[in-house]
Design a protein around this ligand. Structure first.
Ligand SMILES: Nc1ncnc2c1ncn2[C@@H]1O[C@H](COP(=O)(O)OP(=O)(O)OP(=O)(O)O)[C@@H](O)[C@H]1O
Ligand SMILES: [Mg+2]
Length: 270
């Protein structure tokens, strides 16, 4: 079976991205004083064609996990895969190509180029790569522009747009090259709730109507409820997963973290 085949049923969907035994230590691992273990042996897969949310307390390793899974940062030990490609096996050039061609990223700060128009920002990754738009690619970006609702803003510059509109441009840019997976780290963190809902609706439509794969970090139970599944991190470990989340169920799960700082299987803080 082709690894990019999109299947709805989780039990059949191949992972678009996954990490196995992921450990990330910041600072010198030899110096107990300065070393911070951000990921402490995480194994998790993000199925193709699905919308997965990552939640957990501040400092639990959510950003580290997404950055390492996306190839923006490297693991201290363990493996990260995009499809069947193990990122640690790639030299710098191949890793750059993989990031460019197979992964999209949406950040909390919109990270648009201020001097470029909306249209130019959306196609920037492909223009930088010297990738020509074939008919398929043109139709894809055209459809994307309608999905994000920016057709009447294509020749505006980011400063002329609201925050929500700017983030919609960033979302369109992340999907423009038809990557295997789009990672979003708190994409609604800087938005009011209405603009946030628009961006979340957009990510959901990309998954359900355009067969995309999305992995999103969020603090917000309402945002997480847009996902097909939520994975929970605590202290750099995967502690739970929840299918078909609702805001209430997610909130209840998070409250359990507050009353018990260590994962359930742990004997408490050491
Ligand atoms: N560059 C770095 N150098 C040293 N420590 C880091 C670095 N980046 C993150 N950390 C530490 O790693 C741990 C996990 O950080 P991470 O940013 O992944 O958490 P997070 O779950 O995304 O938190 P938040 O919800 O606040 O964004 C934290 O203890 C953090 O202080
Ligand atoms: Mg973070």
């Amino acid at each position: 079976m082709n690894a990019t085949t999109t299947l709805r049923n989780r039990s059949w969907a191949p992972d678009a991205a996954r990490v196995e035994g992921a450990v990330k230590v910041y600072g010198s691992p030899d110096s107990a004083d300065t070393a911070v273990t951000a990921l402490d042996g995480v194994s998790v897969g993000f199925p193709a064609g699905r919308f997965t949310a990552i939640m957990g307390p501040s400092g639990s390793g959510k950003s580290t996990l997404t950055h390492c899974a996306a190839g923006l940062d490297t693991l201290t030990s363990g493996s990260a895969y995009i499809g069947d490609t193990e990122l640690g096996s790639l030299d710098d050039r191949r890793l750059t190509l993989l990031r460019r061609d197979r992964v999209g990223f949406v950040f909390q700060a919109f990270n648009l180029v201020p001097t470029l128009t909306v249209a130019e920002n959306i196609t920037l990754p492909m223009d930088l790569a010297g990738r020509r738009f074939d008919q398929d690619g043109l139709e894809w970006t055209d459809a994307l522009i309608d999905v994000v609702g920016l057709r009447d803003r294509l020749h505006h510059r980011p400063a002329e747009l609201s925050g929500g509109q700017q983030q919609r441009v960033a979302v369109a840019r992340a999907f423009a090259g038809r990557p295997d997976v789009v990672f979003a780290d708190e994409p609604t963190g800087n938005l009011d709730s209405r603009s946030g809902e628009e961006v979340l609706g957009l990510l959901g439509r990309a998954v359900r109507e355009m067969d995309r794969t999305v992995v999103m970090v969020t603090h917000d139970p309402v945002a997480a409820a847009h996902a097909d599944e939520v994975v929970f991190l605590a202290d750099g470990r995967l502690v739970d997963r929840m299918e078909a989340p609702t805001a209430d169920k997610v909130l209840d799960r998070l409250k359990a973290f507050d009353t018990r700082s260590a994962p359930p299987s742990e004997g408490g803080p050491s």
